[in-house]
Design a protein around this ligand. Structure first.
Ligand SMILES: [Zn+2]
Length: 302
């Protein structure tokens, strides 16, 4: 944690009030023990959760039905988990549940529970209209079979994750191209199908090099119906980045990649209106705003 995350103080005060009012079952309220960055939690936002607990502690956490996976903060300053709020989550109060177990029996006990209310604020995403080839809006029976098989494949891919953190430091933009403010947009395809845009589009020209945003392991690299040539990198502890519509893939499943490594070239495969890079960030089954992940200061995570 760096000094840049000081605004968390305001948040601490806010949740402290919330805990007192809403959660009388908490055994011990320790304001400042659990802090979130960014301090204002919005729908679609990645969040770095910091717990001020000793190295000997074991932390168990859960937020919005997803398990939190903690790792030691560099420099011995407590524990961290990278988490976030799904783009389709409802705004309102949530409970962030964390239980700390102390192996050495210090603090006069074995367990300490720090459950607190985290208010989720709405984010203001836009609505867009797009026109794509009809087969992407009304797929035929053969195509539906293909799509179904791919859904099963993706479920399998995202059901597993490396048990340790493979990433370190800031996440880097995957391409040298202008980013669009497109995450979370409610979209109509050919005036028919509504969907939420769960990634960020970069205006990458055909065959622009696409790089690994951070280190990890490739868990999918193949052509899919909607995604086109798609590369998924597992960064460990449930965090993935996904690159779609590539014209070429330069990695294979099982390959370890380092931050900045070439994974392929951008293109226009799958459901597209033209060449671009669609880039998504997923934590568990939640889709997070890639632009916010890229803005996070993670330099202290080594
Ligand atoms: Zn897109």
């Amino acid at each position: 944690m760096t000094g840049a995350r000081i605004p968390r103080f305001a948040f601490t005060a806010l949740v402290f009030v919330g805990v007192v009012r809403c959660a009388p079952t908490v055994r011990q309220i320790a304001a400042g023990v659990v802090t979130l960055t960014p301090a204002t939690v919005e729908v679609g936002s990645p969040e770095l959760i910091h717990v001020d607990a000793p190295a000997t502690a074991t932390l168990d956490g859960e937020w919005m039905g997803r398990k939190l996976e903690f790792f030691r903060a560099s420099g011995g300053q407590g524990w961290l988990a990278l988490a976030g709020v799904d783009v389709e989550a409802a705004a309102g109060p949530t409970t962030l549940r964390i239980e700390e177990k102390l192996a050495d029996g210090t603090r006069g006990g074995v367990k300490r529970e720090v459950s607190r209310t985290v208010e989720i604020f709405p984010a203001h995403y836009r609505t867009g209209l797009l026109t794509v080839a009809p087969r992407f809006v009304s797929p035929g029976p053969e195509e539906l079979k293909e799509i179904e098989a791919e859904v099963a494949l993706k479920d399998k891919v995202f059901a597993e994750t490396a048990p340790e953190r493979l990433w370190a430091g800031d996440f880097r933009a995957p391409v040298a191209a202008a980013a669009t403010d497109s995450f979370g947009t409610r979209r109509m395809f050919n005036g028919k199908l509504a969907s939420v845009h769960k990634g960020m589009d970069f205006r990458a020209r055909m065959d622009t090099p696409v790089h690994a945003s951070n280190s990890g392991v490739v868990v999918l690299a193949q052509k899919l119906y909607f995604e086109g040539n798609c590369v998924v990198i597992d960064h460990g502890l449930g965090l993935y980045t996904i690159s779609m519509h590539l014209s070429r893939m330069d990695v294979h499943v099982g390959e370890r990649v380092v931050k900045g490594q070439l994974v392929g070239l951008s293109g226009a495969t799958g459901r597209v209106t033209g060449p671009h890079l669609h880039w998504a960030v997923r934590w568990g089954n939640a889709y997070l705003d890639p632009a916010k992940l890229l803005r996070m200061n993670l330099s202290a995570v080594r």
